[in-house]
Design a protein around this ligand. Structure first.
Ligand SMILES: NC(=O)C1=CN([C@@H]2O[C@H](COP(=O)(O)OP(=O)(O)OC[C@H]3O[C@@H](n4cnc5c(N)ncnc54)[C@H](OP(=O)(O)O)[C@@H]3O)[C@@H](O)[C@H]2O)C=CC1
Ligand SMILES: O=C(O)C1=N[C@H](C(=O)O)C[C@H](O)C1
Length: 234
């Protein structure tokens, strides 16, 4: 498989190593605003760039008939436009806030726990995410997906807020600490006890492997997919 890497930072470099080990070829590495490159030489593009350019990168792939996997977070105000473009061009597109198998299992566990706790109003839900200090967005995309999983399954919450508690709002605290790849913690706290679920990434390998598996999976398909489609869980 010929892969274009849109974004060649921490994730792009980790994906390159894993893709080569799995027998793929990296035909393009894009690390700055540059419309001159020819995306059509790739069978699939993997975008791990920055929030302000992700939608442009994805659009460029869809406009040129190249299937695209995006893990960039912080650009979701344009997600519906990407979906509409993918439908119009009959392309193939996957966005996931987190590509690791472990986090995708954690997403499902989070929904089940929220459903179980729905009637137990004595428990307040809080969330904390910790990432490295270079991270551009807050809260993390993963924290937003987790919050949405709780909101869909727990009638006590209908929105989330960063660093703020309010009626029916799930508060998310975002911490930035040197070199932390990504830790997400959800607490259900009552006066008498606390139930905690937590996912801790030890490195970026899990995210990168998931993105390469998604790229392998999407070849020959058309449509808008997510990691549940790829991993067949949930
Ligand atoms: N979904 C998931 O599983 C995961 C998602 N992420 C997300 O992926 C994104 C990238 O993370 P990470 O690799 O750690 O970040 P990095 O900052 O290490 O890498 C991003 C790279 O994108 C480059 N870039 C800037 N402009 C463009 C452009 N126009 N086109 C292509 N690339 C460009 C940056 O270059 P420069 O430095 O010169 O600006 C930088 O090298 C983030 O949004 C992060 O939240 C991260 C891990 C897992
Ligand atoms: O920026 C990161 O590093 C990460 N970003 C993703 C997010 O925003 O959830 C996924 C992972 O937590 C690492």
């Amino acid at each position: 498989m010929k892969i274009a890497l849109l974004g060649y930072g921490k994730m792009g470099k980790t994906i390159e190593q894993i893709a080569i080990k799995r027998g793929h070829e990296i035909v393009l590495k894009v690390d700055k605003n540059d419309d001159a490159y020819d995306i059509t030489q790739a069978d699939v593009a993997i975008d791990f760039s920055i929030p302000t350019v992700a939608f442009n990168n994805i659009s460029n792939c869809l406009n040129n008939g190249v299937p695209v996997i995006s893990g960039t977070t912080g650009w979701l105000q344009d997600y519906n436009k990407a979906v509409a473009l993918c439908e119009e061009k009959q392309g193939a597109f996957i966005y996931a806030s987190n590509f690791s198998l472990g986090v995708n299992i954690f997403f499902e566990l989070n929904k089940i726990l929220a459903k179980m706790m729905n009637t137990l109003k004595q428990y307040n839900v809080t969330m904390e995410e910790i990432h490295h200090t270079q991270k551009l967005d807050a809260p993390s995309g993963t924290a937003i997906t987790l919050a949405e999983g709780i909101i869909e399954n727990h009638s006590g919450y209908d929105n989330w807020k960063l660093d703020e508690a309010a009626e029916k709002s799930l508060p998310i605290v975002a911490k930035r600490i040197e070199d932390v790849p990504g830790t997400h913690t959800i607490n259900y706290e009552s006066e008498v006890d606390t139930i905690t679920i937590e996912h801790t990434a030890h490195n970026r390998q899990g995210f990168a492997l998931g993105a390469v598996i998604a790229a392998e999976w999407i070849i020959g398909k058309k449509g808008i997919f997510n990691m549940n489609d790829v991993l067949n869980i949930g």
